[in-house]
Design a protein around this ligand. Structure first.
Ligand SMILES: [Zn+2]
Length: 316
């Protein structure tokens, strides 16, 4: 790579910090920092001194370098699990049912809302990546080989946004007029101090791969929510967009019990989803050896099929 790292980092930082508009169609208000899971009713439950620890994927540009692509960062509650997504009105109006106690996630409407919010967030994240790479492409330092890689990446990201927009609209319609078009399963476990909310397309396809532009890729939702009385896991899909990998994923949760929960969660964090967080206490209990392995396997899971990735338990 001949690209100037300093330039790239600067662009990347500028794009992720840039003020953005509310993501709801035709809303021109500025977006506030929206939490993907409620700050006071959920994230606060497992915070210590107002802080949590989140696993972040480093600058996507650095993915091509052979090495660790993720890091753990201590983060204040105000910033935890959030991004510039919705204006203040839409943030409180749309998501009121999942922000007002008593929180009940064994409820179709709540499950749709969680999935809607994470779909919007995933679109926004991809928009930020797209803006970053589009700007990088204009740099005169970009050589021909780099350019080809970046163009492929930009195209892949655009296709990803198209698919997510389809799910965004399906969810919006279903929230307004429920017809049971989505299927969710709800699981309860004892207290476990981790959180996540994600939409992904299994088997995990690496964005650099040439994807089929005419196909809408099936997506699965997963929400891992630490409530006061235990950990709740919700996973689901749209009935017209489901494949055997998604069914297998849901089935694996049915087989998860108190004994294999931490191994299952490690596997999901390692192979399926990028962004998640944990309590500072739980983070302290992870061994540096396990963290090293975890980062390595996460990197490998981007390039190898999942059966080739060894099993580990980050929380043991
Ligand atoms: Zn708005």
């Amino acid at each position: 790579m001949n690209l100037n790292h300093k330039f790239i980092s600067k662009i990347s930082e500028e794009e992720s910090k840039r003020k953005r508009n509310c993501i709801i169609d035709n809303c021109n208000e500025k977006a506030i920092n929206s939490h993907l899971l409620q700050r006071n009713g959920i994230l606060k439950n497992i915070a210590f001194n107002g802080h949590l620890v989140e696993r972040k994927v480093k600058d996507p540009y650095k993915w091509t370098a052979n090495g660790e692509i993720t890091e753990f960062k201590e983060i204040g509650l105000k910033k935890a699990f959030s991004l510039p997504l919705l204006c203040s009105n839409h943030d409180s109006e749309i998501f009121k049912p999942i922000e007002t106690p008593p929180l009940d996630f064994n409820n179709y409407k709540a499950q749709l809302l969680l999935s809607y919010r994470v779909t919007l967030a995933e679109i926004r994240k991809k928009e930020i990546v797209l803006d970053t790479f589009t700007r990088i492409l204009t740099l005169k330092e970009v050589n021909v080989r780099d350019k080809a890689n970046q163009v492929a990446f930009v195209t892949g990201t655009k296709l990803g946004i198209n698919d997510l927009n389809i799910f965004k609209n399906l969810l919006k319609t279903e929230i307004e007029n429920p017809k049971q078009e989505f299927h969710f399963e709800y699981f309860e476990f004892p207290k476990f101090e981790v959180y996540a909310s994600a939409i992904f397309s299994p088997p995990k396809t690496f964005s650099f791969n040439s994807s089929n532009p005419d196909k809408t890729y099936e997506q699965v939702f997963i929400h891992i929510i630490p409530l006061d009385d235990g950990l709740k896991v919700i996973t689901g899909y749209h009935k017209n967009y489901v494949n055997r990998y998604i069914k297998k994923f849901i089935k694996s949760w049915r087989k998860t019990n108190n004994n294999n929960l931490s191994e299952k969660i490690t596997q999901v964090f390692c192979k399926d989803i990028e962004n998640w967080g944990t309590s500072p206490n739980m983070y302290k209990s992870m061994s540096s050896d396990n963290i090293k392995k975890f980062n390595k396997y996460f990197y490998l899971s981007e390039i190898l099929p999942s059966f080739m990735i060894p099993k580990i338990d980050l929380f043991k």
